[in-house]
Design a protein around this ligand. Structure first.
Ligand code: ADP
Ligand code: MG
Length: 502
């Protein structure tokens, strides 16, 4: 079979999988002999960089040369970091991370005489909009990949479970990673996988557990500071790594020691799992609130959850399964105790299907959109946005709305389209991003409150078309994103990167 790959380009860790000789998905280890690679880049002097474990350990020395959690900035096209006077964008950082996992995999594969990585499916969070998706594709191209498709992370996780045990069930994918929490409610019927709801918090993840633990240890040793107060100090990076290491040990044992180094002194503190769980109970509770909100958002009212599937490295913490078991009486599954690898494996299965080598019986059915769109309206209280298509509407959708002119003798109306993530009918304009504004002109005065129709459609590839009509005139919007870079720029960045070993 043709070699195809699935890459989980994670906020904290990335992972690559392929289909093994036995036809099953398998994760390819990196050169550190680990299944996942930290999504961290260290920019050294002289245009050199390190990615992964080595870069993460650099957190203990030069924080200003480290880029981590870059995926959170993908939606922010103005975001960049400046290191040694060079502007670095989230797309470039993502390309370096992809190149690292691919280069490592290629080295492992070359020992076995296997062909290098070329065709891949890259996963993206369910909340990524068209723009972030396009940028992820561009990062893949810059890394030298042929991006077969992008796949939503929860869909990928569900694929890695297959039809086994999930057929006929409504289930929840609970994904607690390093910096983000995502939940999806899905349903599998006759092998077809439908998404009923997604929700999440993109600033809630394992690192918050690390910080809570670190703050406790600082306090225990008589320091009147929190991580927030000292995060720019030299010792901060090392402290956070010590916290993560202690936290991971607490997933295995009832007790672990925390080695804090502060101002050149070492302090060893014994922490019990019970104390750690108490310190972080409120964080876990936040995930429960988000789950309950997802249930309320479901396209099928009051879904009965038959199974919960735990994904993401933070699901290794025993408190997660225990708490969920209290919330739901159904089975709570932890995939062979490998929650941080399920997404990459599912992506490899999808990649195989795309080249005509079906390795899964599951078919991807209805997905959900990730964005809502509305038009700017005026009321006595000022401007607001009225959504004309919501993220919770069916993905393939057609609809129309009536609006009315607000002034006497209007000869035209301005239609302004705003993007947002709300599922409400109307919302505060400050919570929305302006996409495009156009004038609809009919050229003669009409009385106040003349009807203006706004039509909307969304196709299965998430392209949204909106058009306004009044007095026989029409104005059209097509919401489609181009990435940040032109094809020529991508080629140039790709060639630059090819010559480098990261
Ligand atoms: P992401 O999806 O955010 O890229 P992962 O799913 O790999 O990341 O999750 C990373 C998080 O999982 C980190 O916060 C890490 O500390 C945590 N983690 C990994 N292994 C364990 C473990 N054994 N116990 C507790 N937390 C863990
Ligand atoms: Mg993840």
């Amino acid at each position: 079979m043709e070699a195809v790959f699935g890459i989980d380009l994670g906020t904290t860790n990335s992972c690559i999988a392929t289909i093994g000789a036995d036809g099953l998905p398998e994760v390819i280890k990196n050169l550190d002999d680990e299944y996942t690679t930290p999504s961290v880049v260290f920019y050294d002097e002289g245009d050199e960089y390190y990615v992964g474990k080595e870069a993460k350990s650099g957190m203990t020395v030069e924080v200003e040369r480290i880029v981590a959690f870059i995926k959170r900035e993908m939606s922010n096209t103005n975001y960049h970091r400046e290191i040694d006077g060079k502007r670095i964008t989230p797309v470039e950082v993502s390309a370096l991370i992809l190149k690292k996992v691919v280069d490592d995999a290629n080295e492992q594969r070359s020992y076995e005489g296997l062909p290098p990585v070329k065709k891949a499916v890259i996963t993206v969070p369910a909340y990524f909009g068209n723009m972030e998706c396009e940028l992820t594709k561009q990062a893949g191209k810059i890394a030298g990949l042929e991006v077969l498709d992008l796949l939503n992370e929860p869909t990928a996780a569900a694929l890695s479970y297959g039809t086994k045990g999930l057929e006929g069930k409504t289930f929840m994918i609970y994904d607690l990673g390093g910096g983000t929490f995502d939940v999806s409610i899905m349903k599998m019927k006759n092998g077809i996988l439908d998404t009923l709801a997604t929700n999440g918090d993109h600033h809630l993840g394992g690192v918050d557990w690390d910080i809570a633990l670190l703050d406790y240890v600082l306090m225990k040793n008589g320091f009147d500071v929190t991580y927030e107060d000292i995060k720019n100090e030299r010792d901060a990076g090392k402290m956070l790594l010590a916290a993560e290491s202690c936290k991971k040990n607490l997933s295995k044992s009832d007790k672990a020691s925390f080695k804090l180094v502060y101002k050149r002194k070492q302090y060893v503190t014994e922490v019990s799992r019970a104390v750690f769980e108490e310190l972080t109970a409120d964080l876990l509770e936040k995930t429960i609130d988000i789950i309950n909100h997802a249930i309320r958002l479901s396209r099928e009212a009051n879904p009965k959850i038959d199974e919960v599937i735990l994904v993401g490295g933070s699901s290794y913490m025993p408190m997660v399964k225990e708490r969920l078991q209290k919330e739901f009486s159904c089975p709570i599954r932890l995939d062979n105790l490998e929650p941080d690898r399920a997404v990459a494996k599912g992506a490899a299965l999808h990649a195989a299907s795309l080249v005509g080598e079906k390795r899964t019986k599951v078919q991807i059915g209805t997905d959900l959109a990730s964005r809502s769109y509305g038009v700017k309206c005026f009321s006595r209280d000022g401007f607001y946005v009225a959504n004309v298509i919501k993220r919770t509407d069916d993905l393939v959708y057609e609809g129309s709305h009536k609006f009315y002119t607000s002034n006497p003798d209007q000869k035209a109306a301005t239609i302004a389209i705003y993007e947002n993530i709300s599922e409400q009918d109307t919302l505060d304009i400050n919570k929305c991003t302006l996409i495009e504004e156009k004038d609809l002109r009919w050229g003669f005065p009409v009385p106040e409150s003349t009807q203006v129709d706004v039509y909307v459609s969304r196709s299965s590839d998430s392209t949204v078309r909106i058009w306004g009509e009044c007095q026989g005139k029409r104005v059209d919007f097509v919401i489609q994103y181009k990435g940040m870079y032109s094809d020529e720029e991508i080629e140039k960045l790709k060639t630059e990167l090819e010559s480098k070993r990261v």
